[in-house]
Design a protein around this ligand. Structure first.
Ligand code: SAM
Length: 249
């Protein structure tokens, strides 16, 4: 369970709200049951329940744990908004695999409409999915899903990353693998690199978008000879990056 740093006292941690409800009603928690709690920043502990009263679960810390479930390579998945609930699938699966954040965006061929004023509930839901997936896969931090950006807003953010990979099914010569090996080898040992992965919508990216992305510093890469669904491409590319960096497999 993720708690705020303030909930972490010297020897105890108190859980309230939805987490307390989940522990008492869904998990049927009782005194003595053990849980793992994390503040998502620097502290994680094995705790045991000592009381469940008036919607509050009180626990005592049994053991401080090391926060070892986070990948050294920090991958942000930028996904052009797909149709239906596919963004939820991307967030859930990529959180399990190890993405550190998500940036949905709107590109030329994005089919769905996103009205930020009307859809704050959707953003809330995406972040809740990230939290639940982080808990179930024992992540130490919860990836943040930001509000969707336009393509124009996304381009200047490329400079915040050590590498930006533009997944482009029309890229025949240069594959993600070709970009990763030299990138990983050139990294200083004490640096946790930030990587941005760009994935297009159902209709893909346009040639003009490819040109603009490259101009802004992205490297256009292929992911093999088969065309992947837009919700599959990010998962595959992310797994390849973490494999290549020694984090998976
Ligand atoms: N029409 C299918 C759909 O509805 O999902 C496939 C869409 S594919 C064009 C969507 C995005 O996935 C592309 O813009 C690209 O970012 C990524 N993608 C899929 N297959 C790829 C491949 N073989 N190499 C690189 N990127 C790929």
């Amino acid at each position: 369970y993720f708690v705020s740093p303030e909930q972490f006292k010297e020897n105890t941690v108190e859980l309230s709200g939805e987490d307390a409800r989940h522990i008492s009603k869904v998990m049927r928690g009782k005194n003595g049951d053990k849980l793992i709690v994390s503040d998502g920043i620097s502290r994680e502990a094995l705790v045991a329940i000592t009381a469940i009263e008036s919607g509050v679960v009180t626990t005592v810390i049994l053991e401080q744990l090391e926060m070892t479930h986070e990948p050294a390579v920090k991958v942000t998945v930028a996904q052009s908004l797909p149709k239906g609930d596919k963004m939820e699938t991307v967030i859930q699966k990529c959180t399990e695999i190890g993405a550190v954040s998500f940036v949905p965006f709107i590109s030329e061929r994005t089919i769905v409409q996103y009205d930020a004023k009307k859809e704050s509930k959707r953003l809330e839901r995406w972040n809740k999915i990230a939290k639940e997936a982080a808990e179930q896969s024992h992540r130490n931090t919860v990836p943040v899903v930001s509000a969707p950006l336009s393509w124009k807003q996304l381009l200047p953010t490329f400079q915040n990353y050590d590498a930006v990979y533009f997944c482009y099914e029309k890229e025949e010569g240069f594959q993600l693998r070709d970009a990763l090996r030299p990138f990983m080898q050139a990294l200083p040992i004490d640096h946790a690199p930030g990587v941005l992965l760009l994935v297009g919508p159902e209709g893909g990216f346009s040639e003009e978008e490819c040109r603009q992305a490259e101009e802004a510093g992205a490297v256009s890469v292929g992911l093999g000879r088969r065309i992947l669904r837009c919700e599959t491409a990010g998962m595959v590319a992310l797994a390849c990056i973490l494999y290549e960096s020694g984090e998976m497999g």
